[in-house]
Design a binder for this molecule. Structure first.
Ligand code: CA
Length: 400
């Protein structure tokens, strides 16, 4: 008679065999996908030799990459939690030390692209901790895995073809082309198409090297920000103090007008007399308040997240010698992903929101929240909380 253990082992063997069969099927589908790329790669000038070298040793999808696509986070990290990690004391110290060794390079980059050194450094810091952690996932295999799985339509197939084009140009060898699981490469975390459009050779060795060259990485960041519309005359924004009785319904306008209405920089410095800004209250009233300029949106163009843009802006200030934020953050977080989705649905049915129902905060949702608050006679801080959601649902739910 077989022992329970032997039965279990037999069962495991059986499911192991089924699993192996399933995997063999997936692997051959993956290889067929790669083979089918050849005509499109050739049309872009990728030679058979480059193609072979790019896929040498790649015989199966990267299961770790696939696993990441299934890990859809519903948890929205409060902006202040994100800032603690992204703008830590250690990162500020490392950034200042790196800046001291790159003074001439940063000056030359600012001279050519009009983006201040601290802003360029801050993006480098948030993306790869100043080049120290650029990610070691092989890019070709990661992109081929995502493309073969049809993840996000044809986006990753196009990026894979762009990556092959980069290899064809000889800027990097396949073994050095690495980055994050989703295909963002090197110290600046550019997708291949962004690399082709924006990366620059700043150290003059003839290669655009965002994997090993600090000058190339920094200049590539600056070139991208310039292309996204960075205005050299403006900062990204300022932490400010609002006067008693400030009318939150008038939250966008000229900086000079904000000054006239009693708004002051938290660090005591002067606000510029020219340019426009809008009020950003990522933790609601009482938490740090910011006047953000169009350059804040430029940073969001690099990575579409309010928390990211605020971290980059604040880290840039700290690297430039600025103080920590003056106001405290609130104890309670804002809405999470499902809550934000419900709010988007509610505001859409109230005719105030026509953006995606994606559970993400951003300028469009903020604008809709403010319009709702103004209409309802609430303080228009644009901050999406559970209390606000309850108010919206109470107003917009169908009545029996
Ligand atoms: Ca170079």
């Amino acid at each position: 008679m077989l022992s329970r253990r032997a039965l279990l082992a037999a069962g495991l063997c059986f499911s192991g065999a089924a699993h192996a069969k399933e995997r063999a099927r997936a692997d051959s589908a993956f290889l067929a996908f790669v083979e089918a790329l050849r005509p499109d790669a050739a049309a872009r000038g990728v030679t058979p030799q480059t193609f072979e070298a790019a896929f040498r040793g790649i015989v199966a999808p990267d299961s770790a990459v696939l696993a990441r696509t299934h890990r859809q986070s519903e948890f929205v990290r409060p902006v202040w939690d994100y800032l603690v990690g992204a703008v830590s004391g250690g990162r500020i110290a490392r950034g200042r030390a790196r800046a001291a060794t790159l003074v001439t390079t940063l000056q030359a980059i600012e001279g050519r692209y009009g983006v201040p050194g601290p802003v360029v450094l801050a993006i480098w810091g948030v993306e790869s901790d100043f080049g120290a952690s650029a990610g070691d996932v092989p890019t070709i295999r990661a992109l081929a895995t995502l493309a073969a799985a049809g993840h996000r339509g044809t986006l990753f197939r196009d990026e894979l073809l762009a990556a092959l084009t980069i290899l064809q140009r000889g800027d990097v060898t396949p073994d050095r082309m690495s980055g994050s699981w989703a295909g963002a490469m090197g110290q600046v975390q550019f997708l291949p198409s962004t690399y082709l459009a924006q990366a620059v050779d700043f150290d003059g060795d003839g290669h655009r090297d965002i994997w090993a060259s600090a000058p190339d990485s920094l200049a590539s960041i600056a070139a991208y920000l310039k292309d996204l519309g960075w205005d050299p005359a403006l900062s990204w924004g300022y932490e400010v103090r609002l006067p008693e009785g400030f009318d939150l319904a008038r939250y966008a306008g000229d900086l000079a007008d904000f000054t006239a209405r009693g708004v002051r920089r938290a660090d005591g410095g002067p606000l510029p007399s020219r340019g426009r800004a809008s009020l950003f209250l990522p933790g609601g009233l009482g938490a740090p308040a910011f006047l953000i300029t169009d350059n804040f949106e430029v940073i969001r163009g690099y990575n579409t997240s309010d928390s990211y843009a605020l971290a980059v802006g604040h880290l840039a200030d700290r690297l430039g010698g600025g103080p920590p934020l003056a106001a405290p953050w609130p104890a309670a977080p804002g809405l999470d992903g499902p809550g934000l989705r419900k709010l988007q649905v509610g505001l859409a049915s109230a005719g105030l929101y026509d953006g995606p129902t994606d559970g993400r905060a951003g300028p469009k949702l903020r604008e809709a929240v403010r319009r709702y608050q103004i209409r309802a006679g609430l303080p228009a801080d644009g901050y999406a909380t559970a209390t606000l959601l309850a108010h919206v649902v109470g107003q917009t739910a169908p009545r029996p």
